[in-house]
Design a protein around this ligand. Structure first.
Ligand code: FEO
Ligand code: CA
Ligand code: CA
Length: 625
């Protein structure tokens, strides 16, 4: 989201924008529910585009998307519309301090150089203005072994230093960036530059702080943990802090005892005897679950960071639950409580909402707002209504702390809707509505989730073996994000109309020119347009023929129109958004180009492919988004 404060948000919302059928549906929900005895209000076909509720049956001749669509391609570069340009701002391994060496394409660095350099696989990010500076906080989600350790014949971490180099490439990079002669670059040695890694001390906050499940030998009180990793999407608060979301935290734990029995709780979160190849337990035995069984309970949270103070201690927010967090999108309820929407990105897992106990006070001390509140999980009905189900001791039979640690189990107990992998949530700054990318789910209708919950076809997950994904949106009743009832519909079902003529062709707003698969990153710009990034199948063949590399598109929530804005380089994922304060630059993340060995982006030639942040602007200097 752009730098828009909640006052601006309010101003934009008053007077309320023109009403649609969908708004009426939302407003009528409470009364309609009271008269519905049984049966569905709508046929299933009406749930998905073209139904009476959808605003976008016919796309108008005049468009708010003021750029020429970019055709799909499979080039090893970035393609933007005519009249736009792009440049690399910073990339994996760029030194953040002059004491560190330049990135070495032969060795790909050492643990020591990496700890002083921009991390790998940048994902969610946010730009903060402070003290007249531009501070970019960027998640460094994970590493690709074949690239990070491409200097080794095995393509694996071979030495202890290799392991620690990979570890140091994780976490968050906070860098000052500046624009000179129309070029953005990283400011080396800025006093604001900071690396936060899997070894940075963090304070544990919220209901689970000090709980027995969080206590370890090194931290017998369960109050201080080390580090954050697999930081995927992000959020930002109106009080100026950065939120970073721990996603696939499980893939770093292993067991030296291969006969260690796994608990149901470990299995639900994907903790197993083997890690995903990072080998961290080799140099740091807190990642060995046979020695430190509670260590995994200290990951899987959202972490709040003050990007303006490099000496500040990041805070793990257990109140926001423990799962594979994608991003954190904030809104204010009408009474001023803070609402955080959050997806749990795994097949058949859930969509969550947190509502703070306290209220946001502009200029006041809001630092504890995300430490205490209520978690909810979404239940979608086939009649286009939905409810946020509270996760409390009385609804779950679990203690408050247990709900924060075993959030998935709590959500299963209340009967939440299993989703097609909830990725980013974005809230429209001009209207009380939220969107979530449901990226894909090959198991839909075929396999239960890890907890045994069924994944029936229906509601916002309408396709068996969903390989394309969709974006669901919801309107809270009374235009209040604090309300527990909402109306929903699908903004788009991705698909391929050149390969299919059924539901797999996609919704009415998808055609051969704008088709894509696997929506992931979502963000609204200041104009209320929805930017969509993809992390999907880039084979460009079969079901995905004609869709090319991963990409970024723009959608108009009012009309349903979607247009492709950008295509990324080979084998990348496009992820992460930020805008400069003047709106003239859009920062976008290019993650893992060449993850299968077929890219030299951005350096070209024989260079090592590197994840990077790019800046996109208009040649005429006008604003972008
Ligand atoms: Fe890190 Fe769900 O993407
Ligand atoms: Ca993602
Ligand atoms: Ca993803």
């Amino acid at each position: 989201m752009r730098d828009i404060n909640f006052d601006e948000h309010d101003e934009i919302n008053r007077p309320a924008p023109e009403r649609t059928d969908f708004d009426d549906l939302a407003d009528n929900l409470i009364s309609r529910r009271s008269v519905m005895s049984n049966g569905l209000m709508f046929g299933v076909g009406a749930l998905v585009m073209g139904g009476a509720s959808m605003a976008n049956a016919a796309i108008p001749a005049s468009s708010r998307l003021g750029f020429q669509a970019v055709p799909a391609n499979d080039l090893d570069t970035i393609t933007v519309p005519k009249g736009y340009r792009w440049q690399v701002v910073t990339a994996w391994g760029e030194p953040m301090w002059s004491s560190a060496p330049d990135f070495n394409h032969a060795t790909r660095g050492t643990a020591a150089s990496q700890s002083l350099a921009f991390g790998d696989n940048n994902d969610g990010m946010a730009l903060f203005r402070a003290f007249g500076k531009n501070l970019l906080a960027v998640n460094n989600e994970y590493t690709n072994r074949g690239i990070m350790f491409g200097n080794r014949d095995s393509g694996l971490p071979e030495s202890a230093d290799d392991v620690n180099k990979g570890k140091a490439a994780h976490g968050i990079s906070i860098v000052e960036v500046e624009q000179k002669n129309d070029q953005w670059s990283l400011v080396k040695d800025s006093k604001f530059n900071r690396r936060i890694t899997p070894d940075t001390p963090m304070a544990i906050t919220g209901p689970a702080r000090g709980h027995a499940l969080l206590r370890t030998v090194a931290d017998p009180k369960g109050e201080v943990s080390l580090g954050t990793w697999n930081n995927c999407g992000n959020g930002r608060t109106p009080w100026g802090t950065y939120l970073t979301c721990e996603e696939n935290f499980n893939g770093y734990f292993s067991s030296s005892d291969e006969n260690l029995p796994l608990t149901n709780e470990q299995k639900r979160y994907g903790i197993s005897h083997k890690d995903w190849g990072y080998d961290w337990a080799r140099t740091d035995d807190r990642f060995d679950i046979s020695k430190h069984p509670n260590e995994p309970h200290r990951a899987g949270y959202i972490v709040e960071i003050d990007p303006t103070d490099p000496t500040s201690t990041p805070r793990k927010l257990t109140a926001l639950g423990r799962f594979k967090h994608e991003n954190a999108e904030l809104a204010l309820a009408q009474d001023g409580r803070v609402v955080v929407y959050m997806g749990d990105d795994e097949r058949g897992e859930f969509l969550y909402r947190f509502v703070s106990d306290g209220k946001y006070q502009e200029g006041g001390d809001n630092s504890k707002l995300l430490e205490q509140g209520t978690l909810y999980v979404a239940k979608f009905e086939d009649d286009l209504s939905g409810t946020w189900l509270a996760l409390t001791p009385s609804t779950t039979g679990m203690s408050e702390a247990e709900i924060c640690i075993y959030t998935r189990q709590a959500a299963s107990i209340v009967g939440a809707t299993t989703m097609d992998r909830p990725e980013w949530v974005a809230v429209n700054p001009h209207k009380a509505e939220a969107y979530c990318a449901l990226t894909n789910n090959k198991n839909r209708g075929k396999k239960p989730n890890n907890g045994g919950d069924k994944t029936p076809v229906g509601g916002p997950n309408p396709r068996l073996g969903n390989n394309y994904g969709q974006i669901v949106r919801w309107l809270p009743v009374n235009q209040d994000h604090g309300a527990d009832i909402f109306a929903w519909d699908l903004f788009v079902m991705a698909g391929n109309p050149t390969q299919h003529s059924d539901m797999y062709a996609g919704s009415d707003n998808i055609d051969a020119d704008n088709m894509f698969n696997s929506p992931d990153g979502l963000a609204f710009d200041s104009k209320g347009l929805l930017w969509i990034q993809t992390d999907g199948n880039y084979t460009n063949t079969g079901d995905f023929a004609g869709q090319g590399n991963n990409q970024m598109l723009v959608g108009d929530p009012a009309t349903g129109e979607i247009r492709r804005f950008m295509v990324g380089p080979k084998e990348c994922e496009v992820t992460g958004f930020a805008w400069s304060a003047d709106g003239r630059t859009m920062f976008v993340g290019i993650q893992h180009p060449g993850e299968k060995g077929n890219s030299h982006f951005p350096g070209g030639g024989d260079s090592v492919p590197r994840s990077c942040v790019v800046a996109i602007s208009r040649e005429n200097g006008e604003t972008i988004g």
